[in-house]
Design a protein around this ligand. Structure first.
Ligand SMILES: NC(=O)c1ccc[n+]([C@@H]2O[C@H](COP(=O)([O-])OP(=O)(O)OC[C@H]3O[C@@H](n4cnc5c(N)ncnc54)[C@H](OP(=O)(O)O)[C@@H]3O)[C@@H](O)[C@H]2O)c1
Length: 236
C-alpha cells in the first residue's frame, strides 16, 4: 500500500536522499526545504516522479508559515511518518566562540523547529489515530566531545524530546530517534573541513538503510521502537 512521508529538511544531504528513496519505492512524499532555491533544485531533480512529490519551502523555525502549512495538511492528508532530517551546524566550536546568530540558528533548526512541528504533527496524528516521528540525533550525544557547542546541546535535547513524546503517545502512535552516523554531506564538511569525504558513507547508502527501516515502522513495527534512541547498528 502506498504510504505518505513528510521529510523536513529535504533540500540536500540525507533528507533529499530519503525523499528519493521513498519515491523510488512508490510512496508519496512531501519534502520541506528551507529556501525557494533549494525547492526549485529539488523539483527539477524529482521531475520524472513529480506526481508523487510535493515540495514546500518553509523555514521550520518560522512558526507562522509552518502553522499555515500544517493547518492545510490536516485538512488534506495526514502523513504516516514525519522524518526530521533538517539540521544546522555552524562549525565545531565551544559555545562561547559561537556568535548569538550562530547559536540561535542552530537551536532553531536543531531543536525549536522540530519541537514545534512534532507537537503540531502529534495533534494531527491523534486525530488520524496513526502516525510516527523519526528524529535524527548524533554520536555526540552518547559520546560527548569538546567543541560541539549548541549543536551538541540541540541533539541531546532531540533525543530527550523524542523520548518525552513517546511516553505520552497512545498506541499505535510512536516516536524514536536515530543517530545516522557520519556521512559525506555539507554538514559533515562544516564539522571536518579537511576530511576526505570519499572515505565516508554516502547519504544515498544511509538513506537506503534508514528508508527501508522507516517503511517497516509504517507497516506496523513503529510501536516496537517507541521511545528508543537507535544507532545504525540497531537497525535490523
Ligand atoms: N552528516 C553527518 O555526518 C551527520 C552525523 C550525525 C547526524 N547527522 C544528522 O542527520 C541529519 C541530516 O544531516 P545532513 O548531513 O544531511 O545535513 P545537511 O547536508 O546540512 O542538510 C541539512 C538540511 O536541513 C535543512 N535545514 C536546516 N535548517 C532548516 C530549517 N530551519 N528549516 C528547513 N530546513 C532546514 C538544510 O537547508 P539549507 O541547506 O537551506 O540550510 C539542508 O537542506 C541532521 O539532523 C544531522 O544533524 C548528520
Amino acid at each position: 500500500m502506498k504510504s505518505s512521508v513528510l521529510v523536513l529538511g529535504s533540500g540536500r544531504g540525507l533528507g533529499r536522499e530519503l525523499c528519493r528513496f521513498f519515491l523510488e519505492e512508490g510512496h508519496s512524499v512531501i519534502g520541506v526545504t528551507r529556501t525557494r532555491e533549494s525547492l526549485t533544485a529539488l523539483l527539477d531533480d524529482f521531475s520524472p516522479r513529480n506526481q508523487w512529490f510535493r515540495g514546500e519551502a518553509i523555514d521550520l523555525s518560522d512558526r507562522e508559515s509552518s502553522l499555515k502549512f500544517l493547518q492545510g495538511l490536516r485538512k488534506e492528508l495526514i502523513p504516516d511518518l514525519v522524518v526530521y532530517a533538517a539540521g544546522h551546524l555552524s562549525g565545531r566550536k565551544p559555545l562561547w566562540d559561537l556568535s548569538w546568530e550562530e547559536i540561535d540558528r542552530e537551536i532553531s533548526s536543531n531543536l525549536a523547529g522540530p519541537l514545534f512541528w512534532s507537537v503540531e504533527m502529534t495533534r494531527a496524528f491523534l486525530m488520524a489515530r496513526r502516525g510516527g516521528h523519526l528524529f535524527f540525533s548524533s554520536g555526540v550525544v552518547r559520546l560527548p566531545r569538546p567543541s560541539w557547542g549548541s549543536y551538541g546541546v540541540g541533539k541531546a535535547a532531540i533525543e530527550a524530546l523524542s523520548r518525552q513524546i513517546s511516553l505520552d503517545l497512545p498506541p499505535p502512535l510512536y516516536s524514536l530517534s536515530m543517530n545516522p552516523g557520519r556521512m559525506a554531506t555539507a554538514m559533515r564538511k562544516a564539522a571536518f573541513p579537511d576530511e576526505d569525504q570519499a572515505t565516508l558513507p554516502s547519504p544515498v547508502s544511509i538513506a537506503k538503510k534508514v528508508g527501508a527501516f522507516s517503511l517497516t515502522l509504517i507497516e506496523g513495527a513503529g510501536r516496537t521502537y517507541n521511545g528508543k534512541a537507535l544507532t545504525m547498528e540497531d537497525i535490523p
